[in-house]
Unconditional design. Structure first.
Ligand SMILES: Cc1cc2nc3c(=O)[nH]c(=O)nc-3n(C[C@H](O)[C@H](O)[C@H](O)COP(=O)(O)OP(=O)(O)OC[C@H]3O[C@@H](n4cnc5c(N)ncnc54)[C@H](O)[C@@H]3O)c2cc1C
Length: 367
């Protein structure tokens, strides 16, 4: 087990060196066999160490398509902690052990086809919890790892009242009769993003994860770690883009030198630097904090900042690179996919509506 973040990064680089970094399952296996997934949760904990999480996302961002990084991100930040905190023995614990070894891929199926993703209380995927059997019916749309997973952690309604205690988690093996999967299309290559359908799916009672009624509260807490992960990833992606852009501007001939010499170009580049440093500053205190979710308000601030910084910097990278941005794998394609920072795991508009409710907390937390 690596002792320090530097040891962790060394183990991570060794694991990535021999892996197919464009294949999410192969990469997950390499991270598992290289001990990287286990080392992400030091001292037997269930939450990722923030500095190790930052190192993992930066390395993946540098070597893998965005969709592959997304596949890993949702598992390490959300699925694994939720499962690990729910059980230490039985089928759920066995699944956690399989994930840590990189053998098992588990999708997080929260967003419901029957309701807007921002409105989980109206989700229509339903379960009946019996003593001998559990059934589930419904549809979950836009689920990362849907087409590649072994199982899905499914948020399902077990009671009718529109209340946060009406939901539970189910661990649904993908091979169970009644589970069907459809790809969401060509976007986000490597993410396995797709739609899951559950028609009269019958499960063992052991499929229930944690106590019924606790799922939404647990998810609301854990999604804070996913938001921190998103901010750390957005920061790595933006830094990579800015570095490449700066090198390119310095090498691009212009009448009086290179594009880098134009004051207007330097001004636009500098504004991106400011945006990136603002995101860095938001992340910095959390990197040295304990593993685990930030406060709800901090999580929402991170989510909006990650999305807006990615949007600002990918847009400027496209504009400043001109036609070159449209080369295969160029900034224009990345910009389209990076728009997901403002959607997946919570849309920016919804975050802003929620943030206004926390105005007093946020204003009070200043110097
Ligand atoms: C690449 C990708 C991967 C994803 N992976 C997963 C996954 O692994 N698991 C999973 O469960 N889901 C996943 N999702 C789904 C994602 O979480 C939802 O798309 C997201 O929650 C937004 O829901 P929606 O798309 O239904 O948009 P809606 O909720 O319908 O929102 C549409 C628009 O309306 C605005 N809006 C809606 N409600 C409000 C409000 N109350 N206040 C202000 N504005 C509002 C939003 O800002 C948004 O712009 C993924 C999505 C993408 C794009």
């Amino acid at each position: 087990m690596p002792e320090s973040t530097a040891d962790f990064t060394a183990a991570l680089r060794t694991a990535l060196a021999g892996a197919d970094t464009a294949d999410a399952r192969a990469l997950w296996r390499a991270l598992g066999t290289g001990g990287v997934i286990a080392a992400l949760y030091p001292d037997g904990g269930t939450q990722p160490d923030p500095r190790r999480l930052a190192a993992l996302l930066a390395e993946l961002d540098a070597h893998s398509p965005l969709g592959v990084t997304l596949s890993v991100c949702v598992q390490v930040a959300t699925v694994l902690p939720l499962l690990a905190e729910a059980a230490t023995t039985g089928p759920v614990a066995d699944t956690v052990a399989g994930m840590v070894r990189g053998e098992t891929v588990v999708a997080l199926a929260v967003t419901d086809a029957g309701a807007s993703g921002s409105d989980l209380l109206d989700a229509t995927t339903r379960t009946k919890l019996g003593d001998d059997a559990v059934t589930v019916d419904g549809r979950k749309d836009w689920i990362t790892n849907a087409t590649t997973c072994d199982a899905a952690l499914v948020l399902a309604r077990h009671r009718e009242p529109r209340h946060f205690t009406s939901f539970c988690w189910l661990l649904v093996p993908r091979s169970t009769p009644g589970v069907t999967v459809e790809s969401a299309g060509r976007a986000f290559a490597g993410s396995g993003v797709g739609h899951l359908r559950f028609d009269g799916v019958a499960l063992e009672p052991g499929a229930l994860v944690g106590r019924p009624g606790r799922a939404l509260a647990g998810f609301a807490r854990q999604v804070g770690v996913e938001r921190l992960a998103g901010a750390l990833w957005s920061r790595a992606l933006c830094r990579r883009l800015m570095t490449g852009l700066g090198d390119w501007l310095r090498s691009r001939p212009a009448a009086d030198g290179t594009l880098w010499d134009h004051p207007a170009v330097r001004d636009r580049y500098a504004r991106c630097l400011v945006a990136l440093r603002q995101l860095d500053a938001l992340c910095a205190p959390l990197l040295d904090g304990p593993p685990g979710p930030p406060s709800t308000a901090t999580g929402m601030v991170l989510k909006v900042a990650a999305a807006e910084t990615a949007e600002t910097i990918t847009a400027e990278a496209v504009h400043l690179r001109g036609a070159d941005a449209f080369r295969d794998g160029g900034e224009a394609a990345l910009r389209t996919e990076a728009a997901m920072f403002g959607i997946a795991g919570g849309a920016t508009g919804t975050m802003l509506a929620g943030l206004a409710d926390h105005a007093d907390d946020l204003l009070g937390s200043g110097p």
